[in-house]
Every structure is written in structure tokens, then in C-alpha cells.
Design a protein around this ligand. Structure first.
Ligand code: ATP
Ligand code: ZN
Length: 311
């Protein structure tokens, strides 16, 4: 019988990597797993990566849009996020009552009791996927040829972990296309290839593999098999722990089909429901994959990689 609490060799390798990141100062720990501060060096790599991503996708001439890390709860309700990923979501709550209720709240707090009962859900939720706020703005008919968008921002996913690659709050850069079904499929496949080549040029041992989203519960199992069968999600993975693990996803290229376009009633000029596709890069994960590959000392990274990133 195996002891379920005993850490595996992979757990130990991840903990060791995390310790190395904390010791080097690239990450600064907090009391919550998956929430870190980052050093100036870490952010220099993020900035370089952000720049070369913009250059690699420049031919798209995408509309640049930046949203804050929260978006309207009414729009969240139009997605099926709470059905598919209840465990990952984050609803914001705040205090909306008067002095009397505030005194009650403080008294409960003073006694060490829970005071969440005095808070109410606010009209915003934490953004989980940075394309959701975009889709919420596209209701109606798209321009002919569809639309292409360059997004960047923080996503929240409630998945606390000691694995430094699995954060609760992290940045994504996403290039989204919305248009006809054929154009969406072509977009995904074309820009997947560009993305693999770009990441490989940074010295990462990338591989594109079929993947699925972590849909919740029994109903989720059917969504997983449909996603795999129809090849809707491809992840770009990098092996970080030798034979212990096949690799961690640093980016994904996705065919959303009419998933969000249907929810937000987004149509092409012929009146049909549009299809969406996106290529999404995990910014922190990509930097961490670079650190794992080239070491914690940025000065010692290969000259060509440093030059590409402007380090
Ligand atoms: P995973 O299968 O590893 O949980 P995902 O399928 O949920 O990832 P996507 O929704 O495709 O991820 O998000 C796009 C990218 O964002 C991922 O390829 C990854 O680089 C990054 N990402 C996703 N979840 C996390 C996380 N918890 N911490 C850090 N980066 C993440
Ligand atoms: Zn997306």
C-alpha cells in the first residue's frame, strides 16, 4: 500500500525548484501558496517576452485592448465558468450596509468570528480568462473578415499549489480571433506554429501536444473527451523535471468554436454565430521555464537568448 501523504519524486523536484527561485530572489514568497512577489530581474524578462510576442504577432495588426483584472459579474453570468470551473473562480465581495452592521461586523471580528456574512457579492468578479471581458464587448455583428485582438492582463484561478508553475494570480498575453469557423480554425493552426517557433528560439525544448481544460465534476468528463476528440486545445509544453514529468504548458492554442460567441451573441456579416480562436501565453510560466532551462543567473543565459529578450 502506498502512503498518499508521501511526496513523490516530482513533488520534491518542484519544491526544490521553488526553493531555488526564492533563494535567488526571483520570487518572493507570501503566506499563501501560488502568490508571489517578483524581482526586477524577473520583470525584465517579462518585459522582453512581452515585446517579442508583440513583434511575432505584429502581422495580425490586432486591435490592442487592456482590461483590469476584474470584470462585470453580469458578463461572468453569461459565460458558463461557474458551471465548468466552480473550483477555480473568484467572486469579489464587499460591505454595502450602514454603521450598525459595520459595528456588528467589527464585534464579530474582535471575537475572532467569521464576518463574511456581513459582506455581499460585488458587481465584479475576478477575471479568470482574459478573453472573457473582450467577448462581452463584441455583442452584435463583427466587421467583415472578423476581428483580431491583442490582450494582456492578470487572470485569477483558485488552484493553490506549492508548484511554482501553478500560480493563483498570473499574467497572460493572448491573441484572439473572432470570425467565420474556417478562418478561426486556420488562425489557430497558423499561429500555433509561429508560437512554437518563437518559444523554441529562446532555447526552450517546446513540444505541441493535444490537451484539455480541467472541467469540474462528472459532467466535466464529457467535455474533456469532446475537447480531446475534436482537437480543440493544443498546449505548448516544456519538460522541466527530466523523466519525472512530460512537461508543463507555457502556452495554449485554442479553438473556442461558438462557445463564447454564442453566449454573447456575436455574429459574422452573414448573420451566422461567429467562432473564436486564441493563442494564450502564460507570462510567469514562460519566464520560469526559461529560468529552469538557463539557470537563475540571467547574466549567464546564452548570448542569443539575452539579445532576443533585450537583457
Ligand atoms: P493547466 O492545464 O496547466 O492548468 P490551463 O489549461 O488551465 O493550464 P489555459 O487556460 O490554456 O491554461 O491558460 C493559458 C496559459 O496560461 C497556460 O498555457 C499557462 O501557461 C498559463 N496558466 C494557466 N494556469 C496557470 C496557473 N495556475 N499558473 C500560472 N500560469 C498558468
Ligand atoms: Zn482565451
Amino acid at each position: 500500500m502506498t502512503d498518499v501523504l508521501a511526496p513523490t519524486a516530482l513533488d520534491l523536484a518542484r519544491l526544490e525548484f521553488r526553493d531555488e527561485l526564492l533563494a535567488s530572489g526571483l520570487l518572493v514568497g507570501t503566506s499563501v501558496p501560488g502568490i508571489y512577489g517578483r524581482s526586477g530581474d524577473f520583470e525584465r524578462v517579462i518585459a522582453g517576452l512581452d515585446r517579442i510576442l508583440g513583434e511575432a504577432f505584429a502581422a495580425l495588426d490586432a486591435t490592442v485592448l487592456r482590461f483590469p483584472p476584474v470584470y462585470p459579474r453580469a458578463d461572468f453570468e453569461r459565460t458558463d465558468y461557474i458551471a465548468s470551473f466552480p473550483d477555480l473562480s473568484g467572486i469579489v465581495s464587499s460591505f454595502e450596509d450602514g454603521d450598525r452592521e459595520h459595528r456588528e461586523l467589527l464585534a464579530a471580528r474582535e471575537e475572532g468570528r467569521a464576518y463574511e456574512g456581513w459582506l455581499k457579492p460585488a458587481d465584479v468578479v475576478l477575471t479568470n480568462a482574459i478573453c472573457h471581458p473582450l467577448y462581452a464587448t463584441l455583442e452584435g455583428t463583427l466587421p467583415s473578415g472578423g476581428g483580431t485582438y491583442d490582450l494582456s492582463g492578470y487572470g485569477f484561478r483558485h488552484e493553490p499549489s506549492f508548484d511554482p508553475m501553478r500560480l493563483q494570480s498570473f499574467r497572460m498575453r493572448e491573441f484572439v480571433f473572432v470570425g467565420t469557423p474556417d478562418a478561426a480554425q486556420l488562425y489557430r493552426d497558423t499561429w500555433l506554429d509561429t508560437s512554437v517557433a518563437l518559444l523554441a528560439s529562446l532555447g526552450l525544448a517546446v513540444q505541441a501536444v493535444p490537451a484539455n481544460d480541467p472541467f469540474f465534476g462528472r459532467a466535466g468528463k464529457m467535455l474533456v473527451s469532446a475537447q480531446l476528440r475534436e482537437n480543440l486545445k493544443v498546449e505548448i509544453i516544456v519538460p522541466l523535471y527530466g523523466d519525472l514529468h512530460e512537461g508543463t504548458a507555457i502556452a495554449s492554442a485554442n479553438c473556442q468554436r461558438d462557445h463564447l460567441t454564442h453566449a454573447f451573441d456575436i455574429r459574422t456579416t452573414d448573420g451566422e454565430v461567429a467562432h473564436g480562436a486564441c493563442v494564450a501565453f502564460g507570462m510567469e510560466r514562460t519566464v520560469l521555464a526559461l529560468v529552469r532551462t538557463h539557470g537563475t543567473d540571467l547574466e549567464a543565459w546564452p548570448v542569443d537568448v539575452r539579445a532576443l529578450l533585450g537583457l
